[in-house]
Design a protein around this ligand. Structure first.
Ligand SMILES: CC(C)(COP(=O)(O)OP(=O)(O)OC[C@H]1O[C@@H](n2cnc3c(N)ncnc32)[C@H](O)[C@@H]1OP(=O)(O)O)[C@@H](O)C(=O)NCCC(=O)NCCS
Length: 159
C-alpha cells in the first residue's frame, strides 16, 4: 500500500475531518485532540492550525490526520492523530506514524519524537508501541502518559 503525507488540509479535506472528529461527541474529541479544541470542532478551529497538520493518504485516499503540535529544542511533539473511523484497526496508523517519524528523523536537528495519550486509549497506545514508542512519563492525575521515540529506538523498529 502506498502511504503519503501532505502538509496542510485542502478545502475538500476539511468537512471530512470535521465529520470524523465530531462523530464520537465531546468526549471523543477531547480524547484524541486534547482540551484546546472545543466541541463541536469547526472549520475555523481546524483552519487555525492546518499549517501544522499532515493529511494521510493511503493508495490516494484521504484516511487521516496527524499534527506537529510543538517543537522543543531537538524534540518534536505530535498530536491530533486520527484515522478514518471506517479504516481503523487495519494498520494504517502505525504505517503513517512510522512514515512521519522517518521524515522527521531525516532532519539531523531532531533526536526525539513524543506524544501524549490517555492511559485507557488502548488502540492508540498499541499503535505507538508498534512504532517503537515507549512510555517515558505517567500522569495519573490527568489519566495520561507521555510516550517517546528516540532516533536510536527508531533504528531498531521494523514497520
Ligand atoms: C489510534 C489510531 C490513530 C491508531 O490507528 P489504527 O490504524 O487504528 O492502528 P492499528 O490498525 O495499528 O490498530 C491499533 C489497535 O487498535 C485496535 N483495533 C482493532 N480494530 C479496531 C477498530 N476497528 N477500531 C479501533 N481500534 C481497533 C487493536 O487493538 C489494534 O492493535 P492490534 O492490531 O495489535 O490488534 C486510530 O485507532 C484512531 O484514529 N483512533 C481514534 C482517535 C485516537 O484515539 N487518536 C489517538 C489520540 S492519542
Amino acid at each position: 500500500m502506498a502511504m503519503e503525507l501532505k502538509r496542510g488540509l485542502t478545502p475538500d479535506d476539511m468537512p471530512t475531518v470535521l465529520a470524523w472528529a465530531n462523530s464520537g461527541g465531546e468526549a471523543f474529541l477531547r480524547r484524541f485532540a486534547g482540551p484546546k479544541w472545543r466541541y463541536p470542532l469547526t472549520e475555523e478551529q481546524l483552519a487555525a492550525e492546518a499549517g501544522d497538520i499532515f493529511s494521510i493518504h493511503a493508495d490516494g485516499a484521504f484516511v487521516g490526520i496527524i499534527q506537529q503540535v510543538a517543537r522543543h529544542g531537538r524534540g518534536v511533539h505530535l498530536g491530533r492523530f486520527l484515522i478514518d473511523p471506517a479504516r481503523r484497526g487495519q494498520g494504517l496508523g502505525p504505517r503513517a506514524l512510522t512514515l512521519l517519524c522517518r521524515e522527521l528523523f531525516g532532519n539531523d536537528d531532531i533526536d526525539a519524537i513524543s506524544l501524549n495519550v490517555y492511559l485507557d486509549n488502548a488502540p492508540a497506545r498499541r499503535c505507538y508501541e508498534k512504532c517503537g514508542f515507549r512510555v517515558t512519563q505517567v500522569n495519573p492525575e490527568w489519566n495520561n502518559c507521555r510516550m517517546a521515540l528516540t532516533r536510536e529506538l527508531f533504528k531498531e523498529q521494523t514497520i
